[in-house]
Design a protein around this ligand. Structure first.
Ligand code: TYD
Length: 209
């Protein structure tokens, strides 16, 4: 029986996921909730190693299916080692990216097909879908401008994709919002940080209470 709550945060680069997750962690901790935050790909040693292979700018020859399988492999290990034990112990788990990233990036933007990528991920997650997902929607022009402003940010292999790829990522997420309306909550990430936080916090508290 599931004891905790599994929340995922989705959206393109520059949507502000990291900032909002930090703010949510502070707030939930201060209110006495048991909460952990983590991220994909990575979060534990084996998955961080897979992450460095996937995101290495030198790996120009990487095939799209290889990329999808590596994300799914990292997801499996992270789920088993970190997410499931935390949920079993009654924690609220907030995960920066999960299956919807693969569906939007590899399934739609890379053109592998949302259903095809869903099926390899079913093998990886074994029906462990999130209880709720917050999708941070933002125009890719604004998102890319935000990340380019952050000079300290490390550029990875996916950041090197052109504008058209990032436009398709958003289109992919919008398809997912229509496909999973009960699970995915869409957030307008072009608002101020305070407004986005308020919006997510209100909805999250309703879900966990
Ligand atoms: P990261 O630096 O963690 O990006 P962000 O801060 O935007 O989350 O890099 C992760 C990259 O991997 C990001 O470009 C999205 C991509 N990604 C996929 O393409 N598929 C996936 O399944 C996941 C989890 C991430």
């Amino acid at each position: 029986m599931k004891k905790g709550v599994f929340i995922t945060i989705e959206g393109p680069e520059g949507a502000g996921k990291t900032t909002i997750i930090e703010m949510l962690m502070d707030k939930l901790n201060s209110e006495g909730y048991s909460v952990v935050s983590t991220r994909e790909p990575g979060g534990i040693e084996i998955a961080e190693k897979i992450r460095s292979v996937i995101l290495d700018k030198e790996n120009k020859a990487m095939d799209a299916r290889t990329e999808a399988l590596l994300y799914a492999a990292a997801r499996r290990q992270h789920l088993v080692e970190k997410v499931l034990p935390a949920i079993e112990n009654g924690y609220i788990v907030i995960c920066d990216r999960f299956i919807d990233s693969s569906l939007a990036y590899q399934g739609h933007a890379r053109g592998l097909g949302i259903d095809e990528v869903f099926s390899i991920n079913q093998f990886a997650i074994d029906e462990m879908m999130p209880d709720a997902t917050f999708y941070f929607d933002i125009d890719p022009e604004i998102g890319l401008e935000r990340i380019n402003r952050d000079k300290g940010r490390e550029i990875n292999r996916l950041d090197l994709e052109g504008f058209e790829f990032h436009r398709k990522v958003r289109e992919g997420y919008q398809i997912l919002c229509k496909r999973f309306p009960g699970r995915i909550v869409e957030i307008d990430a072009s608002q101020s940080v305070e407004a986005v936080f308020q919006n997510v916090e209100d909805k999250l508290l309703r879900i966990i209470q």
